[in-house]
Design a protein around this ligand. Structure first.
Ligand SMILES: Cc1cc2nc3c(=O)[nH]c(=O)nc-3n(C[C@H](O)[C@H](O)[C@H](O)COP(=O)(O)OP(=O)(O)OC[C@H]3O[C@@H](n4cnc5c(N)ncnc54)[C@H](O)[C@@H]3O)c2cc1C
Length: 267
């Protein structure tokens, strides 16, 4: 069966056979942010304007897409193309809080409840590896991204010291992570606010300029042979009889053995 998938954000007036996602936010005007205003000048990669072949086509140049492309290049897959609808880092990778630390959106206690202690430990270890990977990228590609290595404070909004105490114990017992402590006065004087009631300190975490980081990461993986096209929204996916993927953009296409969808909330 021949199946075509249309990417809704980019394809108006079609009778969709299969629609990936439902978000149209991608066509909104560029959002001016502090990070865009302070990014280093760069030359945008060209848009895709012909039909090319690749072993792997990655859709989306955020942290996920570029990290996947880098991982493939490191494993000897030298024929990788990344297609980005807008500019590199257009999504939340280029405009997030900039905090780099282990763990997940899900609270650690909830993570343990959801997947069990052993699996949670494995996942947490992976997240620590991810933080180290970001540090290695910054070093290896010499990315100027305003790294601040002071660690991260987890401040308590509530006058309930047991919240921090319990979290500190959980992190030590379950994940072997030792968190530092700021008492009430030290925390308030550091944050210049009476809003908080003490804090924990994660030493290994850091802060950076996410857009500068992702621009540097893109330059780094380009130097390893990965082709990146910006302003090249993927509007349709289809397969040939031989099982190859055809990835269409408005002015070009990629025929690829494999695709990686890294379009996050846009898809
Ligand atoms: C306000 C905010 C603050 C955050 N703060 C932090 C933080 O401090 N620390 C932290 O670790 N995480 C933080 N996050 C989360 C983090 O930013 C995301 O988890 C991460 O950036 C997701 O990366 P991604 O590559 O999956 O998605 P994205 O960065 O969204 O990348 C997806 C890319 O795909 C492209 N794309 C979409 N559709 C197509 C298409 N059809 N064709 C071609 N390209 C397409 C988009 O243009 C985009 O560039 C924050 C998130 C938000 C929203």
């Amino acid at each position: 069966m021949h199946t075509e998938y249309y990417i809704q954000g980019y394809h108006a007036n079609v009778t969709f056979q299969n629609v990936i996602g439902g978000s149209n936010i991608i066509n909104q005007p560029k959002i001016e942010t502090y990070y865009r205003a302070t990014a280093l000048p760069r030359t945008t990669s060209s848009a895709l304007t012909n039909h090319e072949h690749a072993q792997v086509c990655v859709i989306g140049a955020g942290f996920a897409g570029l990290s996947a492309a880098k991982g493939l290049a490191e494993r000897g897959i030298d024929d990788v193309v990344v297609l980005e609808a807008e500019e590199i880092g257009h999504g939340c990778s280029g405009r997030n809080g900039g905090f780099v630390f282990s763990g997940f959106n899900l609270d650690e206690a909830d993570l343990i409840n959801q997947v069990g202690l052993e699996h949670a430990k494995t996942l947490y270890l992976h997240s620590e590896t991810a933080v180290n990977m970001v540090r290695n990228n910054i070093d290896n590609f010499q990315i100027e991204c305003e790294v601040n290595n002071s660690g991260i404070m987890l401040a308590n909004w509530f006058d309930r010291p047991e919240i921090l105490r319990n979290y500190k114990t959980l992190m030590a017992e379950a994940f072997d992570v030792t968190l530092g402590e700021y008492g009430l006065d030290e925390c308030r004087s550091l944050l210049k606010s009476k809003r908080y009631y003490g804090a924990l300190h994660e030493h290994g975490a850091f802060h950076f300029h996410p857009l500068k980081y992702i621009h540097g990461l893109a330059d780094g993986i380009k130097s390893r042979g990965v082709r990146i096209y910006e302003n090249s929204p993927v509007i349709r996916l289809s397969r040939t009889k031989g099982g190859m993927h055809i990835v269409d953009t408005p002015n070009g296409a990629i025929t690829a053995k494999m695709i990686i969808m890294a379009g996050s909330a846009y898809m």
